[in-house]
Design a protein. Structure first.
Length: 364
């Protein structure tokens, strides 16, 4: 541990995740928020990424370089905690190698599970691979994004001990404009544009709202933008639906700074940063029962939850909110209070620092 002026020591934390700029998504967003929330001032933090998207030679070169850097850090920097940000599929197996390396060197490990589809990933594995997953999770502490995910990982590990629930953080912005008097409300989708996040279902639902006045939709994120634009044209929605592509943090803030309903009709989720952002801005949300969403969104108070793939239900929920500005205002105010009390960035950083361990006097 590194000494501080007060005679106590900062824990050394080696965090392993994705490239913070070149790999957009939830893990990169959460890491950026940790930095923004001052985590690197509270602990001695080193961040390493273990993979990059691209052609096979690039991926192999990055993986080898990452293994050398991470191995050097574990051997010579001697972290107190190795914090691994983990998804499913290849991410799990790559990070598991580093976990076993850390355990062999006597390092404490935290497997921070961000996967949206881990149940399907696990169920699709052969028996020997499922055994490897269970053995890996049993050898580490696990951070789950919500209580329901915590129960799932506890069942896989065979014990609740060592399973910690830590929600994704959100920065609390200034209050958005009051939308009670607004003539038009935005329907905002933030995330990868494709099947998993329900983008095609959303466009289908918007087609059912063509005759409903007072709304305009914005679909923001990377993914299959050509298909999204084609579907918008097919349904004759060009004047009411804008496919924005990927937008940066400032763009998200500008978009959510106006009267909005945040829509995320996902099939699989961890704990979506997009919903947290919308709730922090004081907006109601319409989403599904996927993953940890029901732990965050209270149906009828925060907004509405529908079954994944239920396009008619999705359209009905949106229609109800579009036509009821006072209801939107009540739900939005409730959502802002909810995230302020449980998911605000300073609170989550405090909880993470506490999870890293009690500060010790230097030399103790």
């Amino acid at each position: 541990m590194e000494a501080r002026q007060d005679g106590f020591a900062k824990p050394r934390v080696l965090m392993i995740g994705v490239h913070p700029e070149r790999t957009p998504g939830g893990i990169a967003a959460v890491y950026a928020l940790y930095r923004r929330g001052g985590l690197s001032n509270r602990v001695s933090l080193r961040y390493r990424w273990s993979q990059l998207e691209g052609r096979l030679p690039l991926r192999l070169a990055v993986a080898v370089a990452a293994a050398l850097r991470i191995g050097f850090d574990m051997l010579f920097w001697r972290p107190d905690v190795v914090h691994l940000m983990v998804a499913a599929n290849g991410s799990f197996f790559r990070k598991s190698v580093y976990l076993w390396m850390a355990r062999l060197l006597g390092r404490r490990t935290l497997f921070h599970m961000h996967a949206s589809s881990f149940q399907e990933f696990y169920a699709g594995l052969p028996r020997w691979a499922r055994g490897y997953v269970r053995a890996t999770l049993a050898r580490t502490e696990v951070i789950a994004l919500s209580p329901s995910w915590g129960r799932f990982y506890a069942e896989l590990r065979g014990t609740r001990r060592g399973v910690h629930v830590l929600g994704n953080p959100v920065a609390i912005p200034p209050l958005a404009a009051d939308d009670v008097q607004a003539s038009e409300v935005q329907l905002v989708f933030l995330g990868r544009v494709g099947e998993r996040k329900g983008a095609w279902d959303l466009i289908g639902a918007l087609a059912q709202l063509r005759a409903v006045p007072g709304w305009r939709a914005y679909i923001a994120g990377d993914g299959d933008l050509d298909k999204a634009r084609a579907l918008v044209r097919e349904h004759g929605l060009e004047e009411r639906v804008e496919i924005c592509g990927w937008i940066d943090r400032e763009g998200v803030e500008r978009l959510l700074g106006k009267p909005s309903i945040v829509v995320l009709p996902s099939y699989r989720e961890g704990l979506p940063v997009a919903l947290l952002q919308g709730m922090a801005h004081g907006h109601p949300v319409v989403s599904t029962h996927a993953g940890g969403i029901p732990d965050l969104v209270e149906h009828g108070r925060s907004g509405y939850l529908v079954a994944p793939g239920a396009v008619a239900e999705l359209a009905a929920a949106l229609r109800r909110l579009i036509g009821d500005a006072p209801r939107r205002a009540r739900m939005g105010a409730y959502n802002r209070r909810r995230v302020e009390r449980a998911y605000a960035l300073p609170l989550v950083v405090d909880d993470l620092v506490a999870l890293y361990g009690v500060e010790r006097e230097v030399g103790a």
